[in-house]
Every structure is written in structure tokens, then in C-alpha cells.
Design a protein around this ligand. Structure first.
Ligand SMILES: [Zn+2]
Length: 185
């Protein structure tokens, strides 16, 4: 889809060479349309040897069991998004431990999905009955009998069988860096 009007000042857009690439750029201000991107987050909440799954009540993926997740908001720290999504979808409080996987999907809206390993804190899995209609902690053997989404199967394997420690959240960086979510290997 061609961008005809500047989303910053409303003036017309034109094709312009920006550092060697033709991009849509504003004829009046400095705005450049860099592209369309979205960032998804997924939670792998572990409790003993079990993983928190929810059953999707809406399309896409209605009827499939997946890990909780969603999309980041403009001004919401990513760590907060994933914590909020877990709480909203199934009433479980969990805390980010590390980033365990990343999925890149270049398409019309280029999507990057970040999967977090999370520690269970509290709460009994209870579906919100809007986005999801069932929730619980399940062992790998139990999942084999369930309609688990293929990507979730992959993520669960990473979470349970991955050998790397992943990118761990740094809650006390050695220098104050406000406004950043920081993860260390
Ligand atoms: Zn403009």
C-alpha cells in the first residue's frame, strides 16, 4: 500500500532516495515512512516441568492451544506487555526470566515475535472467556493428546529442551539506563 500523506504533518508524500534506498518521504517535513512493523511477545510460563497453555477462543487459531501472548503497545515496556498478557488471558502472575527464542516474519507488516521464559509467581489458571476459553499447566506427554499449535510446540521444545541460558533480564544494570529493557546473555 502506497503512503500518500504524511502521518506527522499531513502534507503529500513523494518517493525520495534516503541513504541509497527509495522511500516514501514527506514533501514538507522530515518524516520518512520506514515501513510497517509489529512486535509480538509470547510467554513460556514454567511451573515444575509443566508449561502454561491457553486455548484460543477467537480466530486466528480458534480451538488451538497456545502459549499466552500478544502485541506490544507503543509506550509499554516489553517485559510489562508479556506479564500483562499472561495475567489478562488466564489470571496467572509470572515474572520474566529470559528471552529464549525469536521468530522473524518479513511480510506486509514485518513481524518479530519475542518468546520469554517466565517463572510462575501466583494464581490459578483461569480463562478470561474472551480471548481464551481454557487454561492450565501441562506436561509434554499431556500436550501430545492436545491440539497444540505448531509454533507453540516448537516454543515448548525450546523452553524445555533448550541448552542455552538465553538473554536474561538485567534488573540492576551497572549504569542507570532509563527507558530501556535490558537483557544479558
Ligand atoms: Zn510531513
Amino acid at each position: 500500500m502506497e503512503i500518500n500523506f504524511c502521518s506527522s504533518c499531513g502534507a503529500g508524500m513523494e518517493n525520495r532516495d534516503v541513504d541509497g534506498t527509495i522511500r516514501r518521504a514527506c514533501t514538507k517535513c522530515t518524516f520518512v515512512h520506514w515501513g510497517n512493523y509489529s512486535i509480538g511477545v509470547g510467554a513460556l510460563v514454567m511451573k515444575d516441568e509443566r508449561v502454561l497453555l491457553v486455548r484460543r477462543a477467537q480466530e486466528p487459531g480458534k480451538g488451538y492451544w497456545t502459549n499466552p501472548g500478544g502485541y506490544i503497545e507503543q509506550l509499554e515496556p516489553i517485559e510489562e506487555t508479556v506479564r500483562r498478557e499472561v495475567l489478562e488471558e488466564c489470571g496467572v502472575e509470572a515474572r520474566v526470566r529470559s528471552v529464549v527464542a525469536l521468530r522473524d516474519q518479513p511480510r506486509g507488516v514485518h513481524n518479530v515475535y519475542v518468546a520469554f521464559s517466565m517463572d510462575y509467581m501466583s494464581g490459578e489458571p483461569t480463562p478470561d472467556n474472551v480471548e481464551v476459553d481454557a487454561a492450565g499447566f501441562y506436561r509434554l506427554e499431556e500436550m501430545r493428546e492436545m491440539n497444540v499449535a505448531p509454533f507453540t510446540k516448537w516454543l515448548v521444545d525450546v523452553a524445555l529442551n533448550g541448552v542455552a541460558e538465553g538473554l536474561a533480564v538485567d534488573r540492576e544494570p551497572i549504569v542507570p539506563l532509563h527507558g530501556y529493557g535490558l537483557f544479558r546473555v
